[in-house]
Design a protein around this ligand. Structure first.
Ligand SMILES: *Cc1c(COP(=O)(O)O)cnc(C)c1O
Length: 424
C-alpha cells in the first residue's frame, strides 16, 4: 500500500501522519455509514413505490410529451424528499439556475424576499440584485432584506421579527455555509427557524437552498416545515453520475409556479425532453447516499488532519456534520494555492494541469479552483476552491469514493510540506 502511495507522490511521512489520524476516526466513520444505510433504504423505497422500470430509462426528444421516465423521476424525488411535487430537469443548468427559478417564479413585483441567515451564496447576489445585474429580481421590483446571524452563528430572532413585514413573501434559508465561515445549519435548526417565522407570518414561503446538504442527515428540510428545497444535480443527489441538472421539491403550488416559468405559461411540466440523461439521474440518486458518505469521510479526515497541524477548521474535528463542505483557514495565498495543487494532482482526470486563480463569472474576488472531474465543475467529485481573500479559507468538498478523497487530502499535505509551508 505504502509503495503505491509513494508511486503517486505521497511520502512515507505524510502516509504515516494520515494513518495515525485515520485510526482515531473509526467511530465517526461508522456513524456516517449508518446514515448512508438509512438513506440508501429511503431511496430504494421511493424507487420501488413508484414502480421504476426499464421503460423509464428510454428518454425522449423534441417536446418530450408523455415522458414516463421524467415524470416518474419527479415522483421519486417528491417521495424521497417528502414533498408534494418535484421538478427535476436537465434544462435546469445548475444550482444557481434552480434557485433563481424558484425565486423568480414564486415572487411577483412588490413582494419582498428575506434572508434570515445573513448574506446568501455569492452567485445569488446577482440573482437578487444585491450587486446590480441584468434580469435580477430587483429589476422586476422585488425588494430584498437580510437579517445577519449573531456573532456566535445563531439566529438573530429580534432582527428577523422586525424584518418581516406585509410584503415579505418568501424566505430563503441557506443550509450550507457556502463561501463563509459561519456554521452550516442542521435540519433541526432550520426547523426551529421556520416555526418561528411561520408563527409571525403563516403564509410566507420558506425555501431552503439545500446545496451540499442532501443525504448528510436522515431527514431533509421539507420534513422540518420548509415549503421548497432547491439543489444541483452535480452535487450530492446526482451521485456523481448526473452530467447536468437541478431540482426543486416542495408544495404543489410552488412547483407549478416554477414549471410554468422554466418552460412557459400554459406548458409547465408537460414539456421538456429528458434526452439521453435520465438513466444517470436515476442511477445517480441510487448511489447518492454512499457517495455522500464518502465525501463526508473525506471532510472529517481533512478537519482532523489540518486541526492537528494548528489550522482553524470549520466544522472542527469533532462537530456534527450537516453538509459535505470542509473549510480550512490557510492564512496565506501560497498555502491556499498549494492545497489546491495537491487536490488537482490527486485527480483521476486532468491531474497533470496546475490550477491558477481567476476572475470567475458571478464571483466578486479572484477564485482558485482545483478539480479533475468527469463532469465539468461537479463538486460532488473531489474539488477544492476558495476566494483569494483573508483568511484564505479553502473550501474542500466531494470525492466519489472515500479512498480518492483520502488521496487528495494526503496530496494537499504533501504539497504544503514540499513548499515548506508546514512541518510534520
Ligand atoms: C453550489 C451552490 C450554489 C450554486 O450552485 P451552482 O451549481 O454552482 O450554480 C448555491 N448555493 C449553495 C449553498 C451552493 O453550495
Amino acid at each position: 500500500m505504502k509503495e503505491l502511495y509513494q508511486q503517486l507522490g505521497i511520502s512515507d511521512k505524510v502516509f504515516e501522519y494520515g494513518k495515525q489520524i485515520e485510526e482515531k476516526l473509526k467511530n465517526r466513520f461508522n456513524q456516517i455509514d449508518q446514515t448512508a444505510e438509512y438513506n440508501q433504504l429511503k431511496v430504494i423505497k421511493a424507487l420501488q413505490s413508484h414502480k421504476v422500470s426499464a421503460e423509464c430509462f428510454m428518454g425522449s426528444s423534441g417536446y418530450g410529451y408523455n415522458d414516463l421516465g421524467r415524470d416518474t423521476l419527479e415522483e421519486v424525488y417528491a417521495s424521497c424528499f417528502h414533498g408534494e411535487a418535484a421538478l427535476v430537469r436537465p434544462q435546469i443548468t445548475c444550482g444557481t439556475h434552480a434557485l433563481a427559478l424558484a425565486l423568480m417564479s414564486n415572487l411577483r413585483p412588490g413582494d419582498e424576499l428575506l434572508s434570515p441567515v445573513g448574506k446568501p451564496y455569492d452567485t445569488l447576489e446577482e440573482v437578487i440584485g444585491i450587486r446590480p445585474s441584468k434580469g435580477s429580481l430587483a429589476e422586476y421590483g422585488i425588494t430584498y432584506r437580510q437579517a445577519d446571524l449573531l456573532a456566535d452563528g445563531s439566529f438573530d430572532y429580534e432582527a428577523i421579527k422586525s424584518a418581516i413585514n406585509q410584503n415579505t413573501k418568501l424566505i430563503t434559508i441557506q443550509r450550507s455555509k457556502g463561501y463563509q465561515t459561519r456554521p452550516t445549519l442542521s435540519v433541526k435548526k432550520i426547523g426551529e427557524l421556520i416555526s418561528f417565522i411561520k408563527r409571525i407570518k403563516p403564509d410566507v414561503i420558506c425555501m431552503v437552498d439545500n446545496c451540499y446538504g442532501e443525504f448528510v442527515e436522515r431527514t431533509e428540510p421539507l420534513e422540518a416545515g420548509a415549503d421548497m428545497i432547491v439543489g444541483s444535480l452535480i452535487k450530492n443527489p446526482g451521485g456523481g453520475l448526473a452530467p447536468i441538472g437541478g431540482y426543486i421539491v416542495g408544495r404543489q403550488e410552488c412547483i407549478e409556479n416554477a414549471a410554468y416559468r422554466l418552460t412557459s405559461p400554459g406548458l409547465g411540466k408537460e414539456v421538456g425532453a429528458s434526452l439521453g440523461v435520465i438513466q444517470s439521474f436515476y442511477q445517480g440518486l441510487f448511489l447518492a447516499p454512499t457517495v455522500t458518505a464518502g465525501a463526508l469521510k473525506g471532510a472529517v479526515f481533512a478537519a482532523n488532519i489540518y486541526e492537528s497541524l494548528g489550522f482553524a477548521v470549520i466544522p472542527n474535528s469533532t462537530e456534527s456534520r450537516h453538509d459535505i463542505i470542509q473549510a480550512v483557514e490557510l492564512q496565506s495565498p501560497e498555502s491556499l494555492i498549494a492545497f489546491c495543487k495537491g487536490i488537482q494532482a490527486a485527480a483521476p482526470v486532468d491531474s497533470h494541469v496546475t490550477p491558477e486563480p481567476w476572475a470567475m463569472p458571478g464571483y466578486d474576488d479572484k477564485v482558485i479552483m482545483a478539480a479533475g472531474a468527469f463532469v465539468q465543475g461537479s463538486s460532488i467529485e473531489l474539488s477544492a476552491d476558495g476566494p483569494l481573500r483573508a483568511p484564505y479559507a479553502v473550501y474542500f468538498q466531494g470525492g466519489l469514493t472515500w479512498y480518492h478523497a483520502k488521496l487528495g487530502i494526503l496530496m494537499s499535505l504533501q504539497k504544503l510540506m514540499e513548499a515548506g509551508l508546514i512541518q510534520l
